[in-house]
Structures are given as C-alpha cells and as structure tokens.
Design a protein around this ligand. Structure first.
Ligand code: PYC
Length: 441
C-alpha cells in the first residue's frame, strides 16, 4: 500500500521533500516565491484506466482511494469548471451520522470516521470541529421521529439521544426554549459527534493527495458524450453495452471505466450512456452573515422551521434551508428564501435580529424518490454511478470515494453500498432516508 501520510510531499521541482520552519513558512507565504503547485496541470492524454467525471469531493476522493488503497493511478478526473465548483464548494459543511435507516447510519458513520482522520491522512488542516448536532422537534410527530432515529443510531453504537428543553438550553443558551416561542421546542435529537469542517480544504486535500500519487486532474474539461458500444438502445447505448471512453471538449479519451460523480448533471451524464436515472434537480439555498463573537457552540437544525445554522470559527453564521420546491438550475439566491430564513431564525434565536447577511448562494441537489443515492454498477459495463445525493452529498464524500474505489478495483459491490444500487427502484427495495433530512422537503 502506498504512503498514506503525505508528510513528505514532493517538492515543486520534484527534488524531494520540502520542509519549512514557522518563519520560513510565513516568509514564503508572504513572498509567494517558488510556492509549489498543489496539483499539476498536464496535457490530457487519449487513454486512461479510469475516467472520473466530476471534480468534487466524491470524484476526487474516488481517485485518491483508487490510488492509495488499490494502487490504480492511471486515472483522470475531469470537470467542466474548476474543482469544488459544484456542491462541494456550496454546501454548509455539516457532517453527521444520525440517519434514520440502518443502511444510512452505517454508511455515513464510516464517512464521519474518515473525516475524523482526514487532517492526518491528507496532511492538511481541514478545521474539523466536532461540536455536536441538535435536531429540534416542535411537535409530537417530530419527537417521535427523533426517538426513532435515536434508537436506530444506538443499535449501531452511534452517540445519539433525545434530550429535553432544559438540556437544550444548557447546550445552546441563545435558543428560545420558552413555552412562549411561536413554535415551542419540545425536544431535540442530540448527536455529539456531528460538526462542521472546512469544505474547500477537503476538496484541496483530496486533489493534492490524488495528484501526489499520479492521478491527473483536468479542469475546464467538459464531457460531451459517453462512448458506448453494443448497447440495446437505438443508438447502440444503454443496457447490455460496454463503455469505451468519453468525448470531452478537449478530445476523446478511451477508458474501460467511466464513473459519474456529478451533481446537478448526473441524469444528463447518465443519459449519454443510455441510462435513465430517477432523479430531479432542485436548488438548495444558503446564506452567511457578518462575523460576530462566537456564541453558537453546536449545529442547530429545525426541520419544522426549514432552517439549520452553525457558526464558523471566524464567527459568521452559516444558514441553509429546504431545497426549492421546483426543478431549476438557478444557483443565485432569491428574496423569498431570505425572507423565510430570517423569519424562522428569529423565531429560534431572537437575539440575532441585528446581524446582517453578507452573502447568499445556491447549489444543485439531485433528488431521488427515497432520498438515498444511486451507487455502483449500471447496466452498461464499465459505467458506474455515484450520484443522487440530494442534500447529503458532502457528508458522504469520503466513504463514497472509498467504496467506489473498491467497487472499481475489485469489480464487486462493497457491502456498505449494496443497498444503494440502481436496481432497487424496479425491485421496490427503497432505502427511505427522507426522515433524516435536516429540514422537511
Ligand atoms: O443533512 O445535515 C444535513 C444537511 C445540512 C445541509 C444540507 N444537508
């Protein structure tokens, strides 16, 4: 197995490890002199062992684990924009494993484990902050769902329990836990291992590490078509066919393995191989305030009020909400969202009324009927999918990379992702994870 630690990063001029004292690092940072590139820019070749479409956490993690766990390095990651330009750079950076189904809990818990060791595995400060995650319940139905989740979680040794308003107030004093609140807080699912992490650093960490082992990252390289032969569709694509490569904006590439790790365009890419996915795409909006002194010690979620909030180490409040209730590819924020967000957050935390929003944005979420992803092999040989993440994609990045890499390297479906196969839809074996969504959708 390859050196996982990356402690001895290749020098920019390829002459071996480069080490700096604290002062040396500062001087170099300020002068920006001879700063080695974090990943290379090399010409696209016309053949690889695998092409991964999508340079987000999922695609980059898949490439990294292919290299480090399986020694497969003749791999290109292609992205039509820049790495992390999609959901990986647009999410609210929350990680947790308090899901509703046993399949989901096991899967996301492995991801949390990988997030926990990421700083040392990738030798990058990902600013992981295990600060606890509270999902508030404002009615009897929500309390019941929290109890259900807590019991499923405990069966898999996940630290997760239902707590009452007094304990909630002790954990997060800024929440209005009085019975006078418009939507009184009746309890919460408390998950101490949940937290936040710096999403850009996760992208850069996987990119740098994958590059270190020889993977090529090709930005601004758009996939225009998937090359398939022998399929049963009218165009020779679809079930029964075999992937032979991809057509990109920079030329054709031949490859026996092509992996769809996209979000927003997952169904478009799959249709290029003749595969229809049960996905519709909706924007998820988010916003950030000006920074203030740190006062919010945990991630707080209210499904009924359609809002979640955490505070960055720099002091900004980061908010998210439900996905917009219509299919759309617009990634600008809307006034409607801001208004709803402000109203609901003030019902929970009246004390933040004077804070100003600095910025809002949106990301694209590929929603499946059961809120679980589509992972693994497809009816087209050599064409694999890691898509359909809805609002859970960032949390799942590391474990998706690890399991997709295993799938490719061993030609077997790992146990952790077997429940997420595409054929669960015709077979009716759905993995209903809607009840674990941060907010009602
Ligand atoms: O499921 O925790 C979650 C989440 C937060 C933001 C989007 N999804």
């Amino acid at each position: 197995m390859a050196d996982r630690s990356l402690r001895s990063r290749r020098n920019g001029n390829g002459k071996g490890p480069e080490r700096y004292s604290a002062w040396g690092l500062l001087r170099k940072g300020l002068a920006q002199e001879n700063w080695p590139r974090a990943w290379r820019e090399v010409p696209l070749r016309d053949t690889y062992d695998a092409v991964i479409i999508g340079g987000g956490v999922h695609g980059l993690a898949t490439a990294y684990y292919l290299a480090v766990n399986h020694g497969i390095t003749n791999v290109a990651v292609v992205d039509k924009a820049y790495i992390g330009s999609g959901g990986s750079g647009r999410n609210t950076a929350i990680v947790r494993s308090n899901y509703l189904t046993p399949e989901g809990v096991a899967f996301y818990d492995r991801s949390l484990e990988l997030y926990n060791s990421m700083a040392s595995d990738l030798n990058i400060n990902v600013m992981f902050s295990e600060r606890g995650h509270l999902t508030l319940a404002h009615n009897d139905g929500a309390v019941r769902t929290m109890r259900w989740r807590a019991e499923v979680n405990k069966l898999q040794n996940i630290d997760s329990s239902v707590i009452g308003p007094d304990e909630i107030k002790k954990l997060v004093p800024s929440l209005d836990t009085t019975s006078d609140a418009r939507y009184p807080i009746m309890g919460a699912l408390y998950h101490p291992p949940g937290g936040i992490i710096r999403h850009d650093a996760v992208v850069w960490g996987y990119a740098r590490a994958a590059d270190h082992y020889g993977v090529e990252i090709h930005q601004k390289t758009e996939v225009l078509d998937i090359l398939v032969e022998g399929g049963s569709g009218p165009d020779g694509k679809g079930p029964g066919g075999k992937v032979t490569g991809v057509r990109t904006s920079k030329g054709d590439i031949s490859a026996p393995i092509v992996v769809n790790c996209t979000a927003g365009w997952a169904s478009l890419i799959a249709s290029m191989a003749g595969i229809k996915l049960p996905i519709h795409t909706r924007p998820l909006q988010a916003a950030v305030t000006e920074p203030v002194k740190v006062f919010l010690p945990a991630v707080v979620v209210s499904g009924s009020l359609h809002v979640y909030v955490s505070q960055t180490d720099r002091g900004e409040l980061v908010f998210g909400a439900a996905v917009d209730p219509f299919n759309n590819y617009n990634i600008a924020g809307s006034l409607d969202f801001t208004e709803g967000l402000a109203g609901h957050i003030l019902e929970l935390m009246p004390g933040v009324s004077k804070m100003r929003l600095l910025r809002q944005w949106a990301g694209l979420c590929d929603m499946t009927p059961d809120y679980s992803p589509v992972m693994g092999f497809t009816p087209v040989e050599g064409f694999l999918c890691d898509v359909g993440w809805g609002t859970y994609g960032f949390k799942a990045g590391p474990v998706s990379g690890e399991t997709m890499a295993e799938c490719i390297a061993t030609n077997q479906t790992p146990k952790l992702i077997a429940p997420f196969a595409l054929d669960r839809f015709p077979e009716g074996t759905l993995v209903g994870e809607k009840g674990a969504a941060s907010v009602g959708h």
